[in-house]
Ligand binder design. Structure first.
Ligand SMILES: C[S@@+](CC[C@H](N)C(=O)[O-])C[C@H]1O[C@@H](n2cnc3c(N)ncnc32)[C@H](O)[C@@H]1O
Length: 205
C-alpha cells in the first residue's frame, strides 16, 4: 500500500503534526510531556510505532530507548540522528526481549480492531512494569472539520493518515467517551486527558 505524502517525508510529517497541535491550541513542544512524566528513571522503554523516534528526546537520560516502526523513511531519518530504532512490524512483537515500559503512542487508531486488541493484550502481558497507550479522539473542532473535508474531497490517499501499511484511520477513531470505555475494558488504568489526546497508564502489579 502506498504512503500518503505525510508519511513519505519526515519534514512533511512533522509539519502536519505541528499544524495539528496548533489547531488544537496546544504547543507542539508539549507533545510528549505526560508520557515522559509517566516514565520513571532507569527503565528500558520500547516505543511501538515510534514514527521519527521523537519520544527518545523526551525521556530521562537514565532510561534506554528502542523504537519500532515499519516506515523505512522515518526509521532512516531517526537512525541519522543516532536514535535506537528498528524497521519492525509491531504486530510481530512476541515479548522477546522484555522491556520495563511499553509505549504505543498515536498508533492504535491506525490499526483495525482485531490487531489493536491483540497488540494491546500483548503489551499488557509482556511489559515488566507498565504500558502507556496514547491516542487522539474525534471532536467537533476546526482540526476535525479539516480532516473530514480532506476525506470528502477525496484527498485522503494523498494527504491523509495512510502510513503505507494500514487503511486510513478516518473511520477508526473513537469519540472521547468511547475511547475511555475501550481503554478501561483492558483493566484498571490511570487516565490523563491532554487537549485532543487521552493517555492511559497501566501499572502492572
Ligand atoms: C501517527 S504515527 C505516530 C508516531 C509516534 N508514535 C508519535 O507519537 O508521534 C503512527 C505510526 O505507526 C506506525 N505503524 C502503524 N502500523 C504499524 C505496524 N504494524 N508496525 C510498525 N509500525 C506501525 C506508522 O508507520 C506510523 O509511523
Amino acid at each position: 500500500m502506498r504512503k500518503s505524502l505525510i508519511y513519505s517525508n519526515a519534514f512533511l510529517y512533522k509539519l502536519f503534526s505541528i499544524i495539528g497541535f496548533y489547531l488544537h491550541l496546544r504547543p507542539y513542544k508539549r507533545k510528549y510531556s505526560i508520557i515522559s512524566e509517566c516514565c520513571e528513571k532507569n527503565n528500558s522503554i520500547l516505543d511501538l510505532g515510534c514514527g521519527l523516534g521523537d519520544l527518545s528526546d523526551n525521556i530521562h537520560s537514565s532510561c534506554t530507548y528502542e523504537g519500532w516502526d515499519t516506515n523505512d523513511i522515518f526509521i532512516k531519518h531517526a537512525m541519522k540522528k543516532s536514535i535506537n530504532v528498528k524497521l519492525k512490524d509491531i504486530l510481530e512483537y512476541d515479548g522477546n526481549p522484555k522491556y520495563d515500559i511499553i509505549i504505543v503512542s498515536r498508533v492504535l487508531h491506525h490499526l483495525n480492531l482485531k490487531d489493536r486488541k491483540e497488540l494491546m493484550n500483548k503489551c499488557l502481558k509482556y511489559a515488566n512494569k507498565k504500558v502507556i497507550f496514547c491516542d487522539s479522539y474525534k471532536q467537533k473542532n476546526l482540526y476535525f472539520f479539516l480532516v473530514d473535508l480532506r476525506y470528502k474531497l477525496g484527498l485522503e490517499k494523498l494527504l491523509g493518515d495512510y502510513d503505507g501499511l494500514n487503511e486510513s484511520s478516518h473511520s477508526l477513531m473513537y469519540n472521547f467517551n468511547d475511547l475511555i470505555s475501550f481503554l478501561k475494558s483492558f483493566g484498571n488504568c490511570n487516565i490523563y486527558r491532554d487537549s485532543f489526546e487521552v493517555i492511559a497508564e497501566f501499572i502492572k502489579k
